[in-house]
Design a protein around this ligand. Structure first.
Ligand SMILES: [Zn+2]
Length: 753
């Protein structure tokens, strides 16, 4: 679950723009700009390769072989200027506002800047350097200004509103209607509809909030850096060598040579609590970690939380919303806080029941060891690890021998061929420019017609200057409104580059991520939308397609053809695959509960009246009402919940990971139950037609209904996590139904064997 819930920002695509702090309006992408009063600019533009039109094969490709860092800042600055001029022209048009002269013109604008940002993305993610980061620092306030100039352009918004209002009377084509709606809503959500006074207050609130967000995150950082637990040599029992070495170095770096430092971060706390035999120290490290931002001193975040909540509430009230959650969720798949809460409340009792079992398993081990203890929160990870070894003993190194990167790449192509009818063939080396010699490029065509679909770039290996993790992105997205544009998609990973002649062997987790990111690439490549805005993503929906694709890794066809031992060529044994699958439900009680407690609190904070809130009491009381198990604490306690209080990205959005997981599990079952299983042709056709090709041109809930014939149900997710369903907590379900569910779960287990 860690993977499923915590892989945010792995996929970028258009979303990359949000990462560098630009509003959604920046997502407006378009064709060549029309010839207007920009001749001087165009002369300079032709000198800057980063702004220039792409040339070469496949309708033009980025000039990655010619990019120079010295050209980046002028390119971005000039690109922004050019885009703002185009926007100005649209806003100042004296003709009545129409779809064509306003919306289409906006979709068409900013082409040069878009190209410059493609290179910017490569520098920031794939080939970064201290020089680049200096430029980035200088550019980011300028980019933010540029973005405000568009979102606060009153004349522009008036024209958008006119087109929107007219479209409610005289309906446009379905996809045009959706573009207008999305653009209008984006502006309106940022206060474009407010009168002058309200707008001023709105801006002032945002300014105050941005300061509070910074203070909140600095306070957490302060407490992470200031509290260190030092150990002596005789307090290291149970800790792995690598951890001990790192702790010794951390102590030395702090002037405490000869001691061992447990720093106050998750990456230090988590392994310490998992392995240390010293129960009292585990308690101390746990207490310190979960008290971050909550120490009744000048770095205490509780007061900031109440200020943030009040300001957020005031801001959305200006626009007539009941609360922050209602405002935020209107354009998410969940649509409103009630739907998100309904899902969380449905999973919650099952997670609690699972915790009870897990604690029982752990208590049994503790009793067998004659420890004479009751499991406490600082014991959970420690005893869970013992249960894991006992129940699922899985040798990850043994699994690796069957996971060769080249074979897995072929497995991706095979899956794409079966589901999407795509063919991947390598392009001749040198025919398409790349930014590093490790990058390889394939041409994607339709298997039947041979039609060109796009290119797929793969940058597989780790190296200095490349950011960690794995992600997918596009250099060009599919649109047809101004002539057809084909897709340039890319996947990026951080596999360890093997010695020449050796195979690259990767872990099961990494192989799953490889499929996951390829799911994003297929989502880009299969797009069938006319307008650029419709290529955008919806936060609680965009991870679904990629999570779903992960499921093909463990299908028989992939296993038998591609998961072959690098020396013997034998397919991975079924028993080993089963072990992997069994281990996937391990510790789901803990992980789901700590996650959901945070997600539920996130939603509660933003649906109540914050006027007299005392976060400390509120957290305590709300968790008590939820029957939070004593053995577990929120994954992010309120004074540390940076997702929600260090900014707005995940405020009332933390549930989104679970939302996408429900869809994933439910859609995977649709395949599993169909006559052709995961390779069923009818299912594949529906998958492409409704879940991938439309991107955001269709309401996601409606798209899912067309695929499944009904809304997603949470049953599949529960089965996936191996959750029992206790009768007393399922208010809406009869006992019989619960028993059926348990029976079904047993059947499922049998089928898998
Ligand atoms: Zn993803």
């Amino acid at each position: 679950m860690k993977k499923n819930f915590l892989n945010y920002h792995k996929s970028l695509g258009y979303i990359a723009i949000a990462v560098i702090g630009i509003s959604p309006m920046m997502q407006v992408k378009a064709q060549e700009n029309s010839k207007n009063k920009m001749e001087t600019k165009e002369i300079k533009n032709s000198e800057n390769i980063l702004l220039s039109k792409w040339t070469g094969p496949y309708d033009g490709v980025p000039a990655f072989d010619k990019m120079e860092l010295s050209q980046l800042q002028p390119a971005i600055e000039m690109g922004m200027e050019m885009h703002l001029k185009e926007i100005q022209k649209i806003a100042n048009n004296t003709a009545p506002a129409t779809f064509e002269n306003t919306i289409v013109a906006m979709e068409r604008a900013g082409k040069e800047l878009d190209r410059a940002f493609t290179y910017y993305g490569i520098w920031s993610s794939n080939v970064s350097s201290p020089e680049f980061r200096e430029i980035q620092k200088e550019l980011s306030p300028k980019i933010s200004d540029y973005s405000s100039k568009i979102s606060q352009n009153k004349k522009l918004f008036e024209r958008i509103k006119t087109v929107y209002d007219n479209s409610l009377k005289t309906t446009l084509d379905e996809d045009q209607q959706r573009v207008v709606q999305l653009i209008y809503e984006n502006f309106a959500m940022e206060g474009a509809n407010l009168d002058k006074n309200a707008k001023e207050r709105y801006a002032a609130i945002n300014k105050d909030l941005s300061k509070l967000y910074t203070s909140f995150s600095n306070n957490v950082l302060h407490d992470e850096e200031s509290y260190v637990t030092y150990l002596e040599k005789d307090q290291l029992d149970g800790l792995p060598d690598s951890f001990v070495k790192a702790a010794a170095k951390a102590a030395k770096d702090r002037g405490e040579e000869g001691k061992y430092a447990i720093t106050n971060t998750r990456s230090s706390m988590d392994p310490f609590l998992t392995y240390s035999d010293e129960r009292e120290l585990r308690g101390k490290v746990w207490e310190t970690y979960y008290s971050r931002g909550d120490n009744n001193d000048e770095y205490d975040n509780n007061e900031l939380i109440s200020q943030i909540l009040k300001l957020r509430n005031e801001r959305v009230k200006l626009m007539g919303y009941e609360n922050f959650a209602e405002w935020r969720l209107q354009n998410r798949m969940a649509k409103n806080p009630e739907n998100a809460m309904k899902l969380m409340n449905a999973v919650w009792p099952a997670a609690l029941a699972r915790v009870e079992q897990e604690v029982e398993d752990m208590q049994t081990i503790a009793d067998m060891e004659d420890r004479n203890i009751t499991i406490k929160p600082w014991d959970y990870r420690y005893y869970a690890e013992k249960v894991r070894k006992d129940k699922y003993d899985l040798d990850s190194d043994e699994v690796k021998q069957y996971l060769q990167l080249d074979n897995l790449t072929q497995a991706l192509f095979f899956t794409a061929g079966e589901l999407f009818n795509f063919n991947f063939s390598p392009v001749a080396k040198g025919s398409v420019p790349v930014f590093h010699e490790d990058v390889k490029v394939w041409e994607v065509t339709d298997k039947t017609s041979g039609d060109h679909i796009g290119l797929w770039y793969l940058d597989p290996y780790a190296r200095p200057g490349k950011r960690s993790g794995a992600w997918a992105t596009t250099y060009r997205s599919y649109t047809t409104f101004d002539g057809k544009e084909t897709v340039l998609a890319s996947n990026n990973s951080n596999f360890v580059k093997p010695a020449p002649g050796e195979p690259a062997l990767i872990s099961w987790d990494d192989a799953t991520t490889f499929f996951h990111e390829f799911g994003h690439a297929l989502h880009f490549l299969s797009a069938n939308v006319k307008y650029p805005t419709l290529n955008g993503g919806v936060r609680d929906y965009t991870e679904f397609q990629s999570q779903l694709l992960e499921r093909w890794l463990s299908t028989d066809k992939v296993i038998n053809q591609f998961l072959l031992h690098h020396e013997t060529g034998e397919p991975i044994p079924a028993a080993l695959v089963q072990k992997i699958k069994n281990a996937s439900t391990f510790n789901q009680g803990f992980e789901t509960t700590e996650f959901l407690a945070s997600a539920l609190m996130d939603m509660k904070y933003h649906t109540i009246d914050p006027e007299n809130i005392n976060p400390k009491n509120f957290e305590k009381k709300a968790l008590k009402e939820l029957n939070m198990p004593e053995e577990i604490v929120m994954r992010h306690r309120s004074p540390q919940f940076g997702h929600v209080f260090s900014g707005e990205g995940y405020a009332t959005g933390y549930y989104g990971y679970l939302w996408a997981d429900v869809l994933t599990a439910d859609a995977a079952e649709a395949f599993a139950e169909s006559p052709g299983g995961f390779y069923d042709k009818d299912m594949a056709a529906k998958l492409v037609k409704y879940l991938f090709a439309p991107r955001n041109s269709m309401d996601p809930a409606e798209a899912y209904r067309l695929f499944r014939g009904r809304d997603a149900s949470i049953d599949a997710l529960m089965r996936d996590r191996g959750f029992p369903v206790p009768e007393e907590n399922m208010e809406n379900n009869s006992q019989d139904k619960n028993e059926d569910l348990l029976e079904e779960m047993k059947e499922e287990k049998k089928d898998n064997n």
